[in-house]
Design a protein. Structure first.
Length: 275
């Protein structure tokens, strides 16, 4: 029998704990213990992320394709009128021309159901594909951020000077960006370095900051080449916030206070105005 994640490590989250965490059914003390475990366990973090996004996608699909009450009322009224209309009397003479037979009410119901089912299936498939891509990119972002937290991680550029970090990317990226001066960064925020990475098959700049000793990864991508779906939210104890300028798509990942993360993103967005 193939060993499960729980059998290999007894501290990993089992299915019951995983579902209770996602549904918000755990006591505060137990939830805090699990969140502390997630900060150091990559395997459980990815499982919580996957389960959370699957549940959210299912809920959105159910809300998106529910038939509006007014549309249901119109369809019911139309079918009712079809039932109350007098049926045409049979013709006594034989005609060589083609006869047009009215569609019976039962046929209208079947046709409407088939149309709604087709639309729902096509919409669900498109939504499923979009959420699958969003989940894949979110996992990739978390993987790269967690990699920066490892003791052996060494960025290609180690510097707090924006005049050292920005020029290093020249010729390595198909786009340019600005970095704010240290005085323009939020309080207790420091640039540590940078690295070249790839997201969704496209080159991206990875900027490394600290906020109140919390590690922050900022990914800068070319907006024309980056996905258009939203990545805003909290996943497994990590906050993922994004913003966009005319040319850039910015995504931040950290376990710092979301307001502090937004302040850093806002400073980066303001710095792009001088490009």
């Amino acid at each position: 029998m193939t060993p499960t994640v729980e059998s290999l490590h007894p501290n990993h989250l089992g299915p019951d704990k995983l579902n209770a965490l996602i549904d918000g059914e755990l006591p505060p003390t137990e939830r805090q213990e699990i969140e502390q475990h997630l900060t150091t366990c990559h395997a459980c973090t990815l499982r919580v992320l996957s389960a959370t996004q699957f549940k959210a996608a299912t809920a959105r699909a159910g809300r998106r394709f529910a038939l509006p009450p007014e549309a249901l009322a119109r369809l019911t009224a139309q079918l009712h009128s079809q039932q109350t209309q007098p049926r045409p009397q049979p013709q006594t003479k034989t005609s060589t021309s083609a006869r047009i037979h009215p569609i019976r009410p039962v046929a209208w119901v079947a046709l409407a159901a088939a149309i709604l089912l087709t639309i729902s299936f096509l919409g669900w498939r498109q939504l499923h594909q979009t959420n699958a891509l969003a989940a894949e990119l979110t996992t990739e972002l978390l993987d790269q951020h967690l990699a920066t937290l490892s003791s052996g991680a060494t960025p290609q550029v180690i510097s707090t000077d924006r005049h050292t970090v920005k020029p290093w990317f020249q010729g390595r990226l198909p786009f340019s960006f600005n970095l704010p001066d240290a005085a323009d960064l939020p309080p207790d925020t420091t640039l540590k370095g940078a690295d070249l990475t790839y997201l969704n098959g496209q080159p991206a700049a990875l900027l490394l900051f600290t906020i109140h000793k919390h590690e922050v990864s900022i990914f800068l991508m070319q907006r024309a080449a980056s996905p258009s779906f939203a990545l805003h939210g909290t996943r497994a104890g990590f906050t993922i916030h994004e913003a966009a300028t005319q040319d850039l798509h910015l995504v931040a990942v950290s376990n710092v206070n979301p307001d502090d993360l937004d302040n850093l993103i806002a400073a980066l967005v303001r710095a792009q105005a001088s490009l």
